[in-house]
Each structure stands twice: as C-alpha cells, then as structure tokens.
Design a binder for this molecule. Structure first.
Ligand code: 3PG
Ligand code: MG
Length: 401
C-alpha cells in the first residue's frame, strides 16, 4: 500500500482510549431468502482483527456498513440487525444496534457508548446520500456520519471501489487510516500486479462476461494462462462458433469475446465439455456433453469433468494463481463438481493462491473446503477485480489524501 496511507497501528499509537472511532466495514453478507439467516459470516470474521484491536484499546467503536442494494430508504429485508447479533457473538461482547443510520437512534446509541464498547448503525444504503452521484447530497450525508467519529478507519475492502459517502467522503472529513483487512488485501493484491511469480494462471467464472471484460483485457498481457468457466464461458463458446442451447448468453458481447480470443495468443482456455440440463433447477435432468454439442433445448450449468482435468493440468505447475467466480451453479449439488474440482486443483498447486471475492469465497466455504489451503481469500469481488484492472479505487484514493 502506498506509503502515504496511515494504518490502524498509527492510530492506536496515538491512543484511542475514550475516543469515538468510526469504522466503515463491509458486512454485506449473504442471507437465506426464506429464513433471513446469515449463510456465510466470512466478511464479519474478516473485520474482527480491526474491531478487536480498537475495543482492546478502549475506543468507542461505531461501525457502519451496507447490506444488499436497498434503494435509499429503509427496507426491513436488508436490515443489519442479524449482523449485529452475529458480530456480538464473534466479539463475545454486546453490539449496540441503532435502528437508523444517522437519526435519533444512532445519536442516542453512539452517545451511550462506554469505552471499549461497539455500536452498529443501520444499513448505510437506507439513506439516499450514501450512493448519490450528487457530490452535495453525498457530502451532506457524509457530514452526518462523520459527526459520530473523531477518527475514521476504512476496513471495508469489498466496497473500496464504490464512490459512496461512507467510503469516499467521510475520510475527507476525519483523520483517516486503513484497517487491518484493507491493508492485508492491498498487500496481497499488489503481489499480483507487480511481478507475479510465473507461471501466473488466472481462473475466471461467474455469470456475467460483461463484468469481466475489463479485467480480461488488463490481465491478458500479464498472465500465462486464463481459464474461463461459469456462465460467462457460453458467450466465448458462441464466439468460437458453437451453439450453446439455452445457456446464459450475452449476445452483444459475442463479437468482443471473439476479438479477445483472437488476440489471446492461445492463453485463454475454454471448456471442452459442459453439464447441460433441461432447466435451471436442482433436480433437472442433465448430462455431460461436448462444449460443441450442447443440445438446443438445454442449458449449461457447470463445466464437465474433462474440462476440470484440463484446467487441473494447466494449474499444476503454476506459481501464482488468482481465481474469481464459480465454474457452475455450485449451490446445486448436481452442478457443483466443476467449482469443487477447480478449487481442489488450486489448493494442490504450490503456488501463491488468491481467491477473489464474495461468490468464490462463499463457494470455498459452502463446499466445505479448507480455507487455510488458499494463500488468501479476498473479501472483495468487484473491488479485487478493479484493483487488478489497475483502476483508481475511490476508497483507497481517499485514504491517500
Ligand atoms: C460486494 O458484495 O461486492 C460488496 O459488498 C459491494 O457491494 P455492491 O456491489 O452492492 O456495491
Ligand atoms: Mg459485488
């Protein structure tokens, strides 16, 4: 991380006992649609080192975060209340929950904090100002938030690519430092953008190819191999002239994918077989078919075993691996084999391995894989991709000033 960025240790060295410290965390965890329960608490655990250190040091810790994408007004399904409960369990201390973000409840909750206590404010995105494109509107909300802290810690790596009030505008109003998580994430990712040890193999999956085009462009000159699976592979297969049945397809991206393939110098590896199903359902009839023989009424929901074998071979000698995006619909056991196979292949290399992002990190845990067999599991999906693209991240830039 740039030398001009101060970090949590600098703040702790100044002494924070009795001071209000506002922490922006990314507690945007997946919730079960039916029960509302947290299905993966990885992002909550990731912020514990920073929060624990502040509690230990006797700060009054005010935590804020977004959850999901509510539209600038309160929406109960996106309440952070369950997160407050889980955070309290993990910290082994009560977390005082404010039922609004900058209103009466927030003010009373923050005012009542004793030294070493933690408060969590309600979802930042219940307020229009958080995500507003209007600088004045965002600034006004940032003023209200900043009033809750005497110092600001950004530990929301998953949100540093967003030009939002809590990420970009609050640090302009308070003394600011990077938290432990942000520091570690940037240290790890900078190893991938500097001079990665070769061979450097990148595995990309996930559903939308349009989300990944910029990173593919940026990575092509640097990587030795780029393995593509997941929903996004069908647009590439189509660009190769194959029929993809009713698989996910971004028709308007076919030409761009074709151009990328033409310029890729053989570095891009696509599936040679896919698991094709009758419907997008856990119990749908399905078969493994060649990637150039997907029946017209079927859709590909996973990469096939031959592809897993090919990807495994391509990964075998790697010294650096970055993986973002599942290879198939891993939430459904019938279509989890590709993601599991590739994840296991990654853990078997002796490479420095980085898992980028929300979905792939959740996949690692959901499939019961050992997290410690990866070098680093990033908490940021979009953020880690934009970092690798070499983009300026508003949250990091704000800490530099
Ligand atoms: C994420 O889940 O990728 C981060 O929490 C950012 O959320 P967003 O994509 O809704 O801004
Ligand atoms: Mg995202």
């Amino acid at each position: 991380m740039s030398a001009s960025i101060r970090n949590l240790d600098d703040l702790l060295a100044e002494g924070v006992s009795g001071r209000r410290v506002l922490v922006r965390a990314d507690l945007n965890v997946p919730l079960d649609k039916q029960t509302g329960e947290i299905t993966d608490d990885g992002r909550i655990r990731a912020v514990l080192p920073t929060l624990g250190a502040l509690v230990q040091a006797g700060a009054k810790v005010v935590v804020c975060s977004h959850l999901g994408r509510p539209k600038g007004a309160p929406d109960p399904q996106y309440s952070l209340r369950p997160v407050a409960g889980r955070l309290g369990e993990l910290l082994d201390a009560p977390v005082h929950f404010a039922t609004d973000t900058v209103g009466e409840s927030a003010r009373a909750t923050v005012d009542a904090l004793a030294d070493g206590q933690v408060a969590l404010l309600e979802n930042l995105r219940f307020n229009k100002g958080e995500t507003s494109k209007d600088d004045t509107e965002r600034g006004a909300f940032a003023d209200q938030l900043a009033a809750f802290g005497e110092a600001y810690v950004d530990d929301a790596f998953g949100a540093v690519h967003r030009k939002h009030a809590s990420v970009h505008d609050v640090p302009a109003r308070l003394p600011h430092v990077a938290g432990r998580l942000v520091l570690r994430e940037v240290e790890v990712l900078s190893r991938l953008t500097g001079e990665p040890e070769r061979p450097y193999v990148v595995v990309l999956g996930g559903s939308k190819v349009s989300d990944k085009l910029a990173v593919i462009e940026a990575l092509l000159p640097t990587v030795d191999r780029l393995l593509i699976g997941g929903g996004m592979c069908f647009t590439f297969l189509k660009a190769q002239g194959h029929e993809v049945g009713t698989s996910l397809l971004e028709e308007e991206m076919v030409e761009t994918c074709g151009n990328l393939l033409a310029r890729a110098d053989g570095k891009i590896l696509l599936p040679v077989d896919v698991v094709a199903a009758d419907a997008f359902a856990p119990d749908a009839a399905h078969d493994t078919v060649p990637a150039d023989g997907i029946p017209s009424h079927r859709l590909g929901l996973d990469i096939g075993p031959e592809t897993v074998a090919g990807f495994t071979a391509a990964l075998a000698g790697a010294k650096t691996v970055f993986w973002n995006g599942p290879m198939g619909v891993f939430e459904m056991p019938a279509f989890a084999g590709g993601t599991r196979g590739v994840a296991e292949a990654i853990t078997k290399t002796d490479a420095f391995t980085v898992v980028g992002g929300g979905d792939s990190a959740a996949a690692v845990r959901a499939l019961g894989l050992d997290e410690s067999s990866f070098g680093h599991i990033s908490t940021g999906g979009g953020a880690s991709l934009e970092y690798l693209e070499g983009k300026t991240l508003p949250g990091i830039a704000a800490l530099e000033n």
